[in-house]
Design a protein around this ligand. Structure first.
Ligand SMILES: C[S@@+](CC[C@H](N)C(=O)[O-])C[C@H]1O[C@@H](n2cnc3c(N)ncnc32)[C@H](O)[C@@H]1O
Length: 198
């Protein structure tokens, strides 16, 4: 069962102000605060769509506080979609964004989360079915992309594990449509985060 958030939205927003928020990351932070304690200490988890790393680093720190040894992995291709999301006026090149993110992570924690700089569907192929305890999808919010992402990643989550995603809201009607198409109507909502226990 997904537990209640253990921090307030204000606390989530106040955490590490130097890491930019792409779009309402606080909802993911709150969700992680209730979910990560449910993960087994050795279980790997994946966040698809890392952006500046705000929600991934938060997850990583929560896991480290609990002495979890399971990998916390982030997947991002830092491509066109990142340029759309980012508030950077001059579009940055993917490899520069990646370097900045690695540096930020390395500078703030002694064992940074693992980054897979590739497309979501390519990354999904690298995992065994049922291998993951939690997958958070916050990559493309377009209907066909998210349908494909949910189909690919849900198989990678163990029975009883959680597949979740961000931006169940009016701005992104494709998110609701894709989630209902793939998982039916019984998803749980935590602010703008949707979640399904498999
Ligand atoms: C909304 S941002 C993620 C924000 C982050 N979860 C947070 O709250 O701090 C979406 C990210 O998904 C990435 N993305 C979009 N489509 C992708 C794909 N097909 N494969 C991998 N990453 C993708 C973009 O590059 C962008 O950085």
């Amino acid at each position: 069962m997904i537990g209640p958030a253990t921090v307030t939205a204000e606390e989530a927003r106040a955490w590490r102000p130097e890491i930019p928020d792409v779009f309402n990351s606080a909802d993911i932070q709150l969700f992680y605060s209730g979910t990560i304690p449910q993960l087994g200490p050795m279980e790997p988890m994946v966040e698809v769509g890392v952006g500046y790393g705000r929600s991934l680093l938060w997850a990583h720190e929560l896991r480290r506080q609990r002495c979890h040894l399971g990998a916390t992995l982030g997947v991002d291709n830092f491509g066109e979609d990142f340029r759309r999301w980012s508030k950077v006026a001059v579009p940055c090149r993917c490899h520069l964004q990646w370097s900045a993110l690695v540096k930020r992570m390395a500078g703030t924690v002694d064992r940074p989360p693992l980054l897979m700089t590739c497309a979501s569907l390519e990354a999904a192929e690298l995992f065994e079915d049922g291998e993951l305890g939690l997958v958070m999808i916050d990559a493309s919010h377009e209907l066909p992309d998210l349908v494909a992402d949910i189909a690919a990643w849900r198989r990678k989550v163990r029975r009883g594990g959680i597949i979740a995603g961000h931006d169940w809201c009016d701005e992104w009607p494709g998110v609701r449509e894709a989630v209902v198409d793939q998982l039916g109507g019984s998803v749980q909502l935590f602010g703008t985060v949707w979640a399904f226990e498999l």
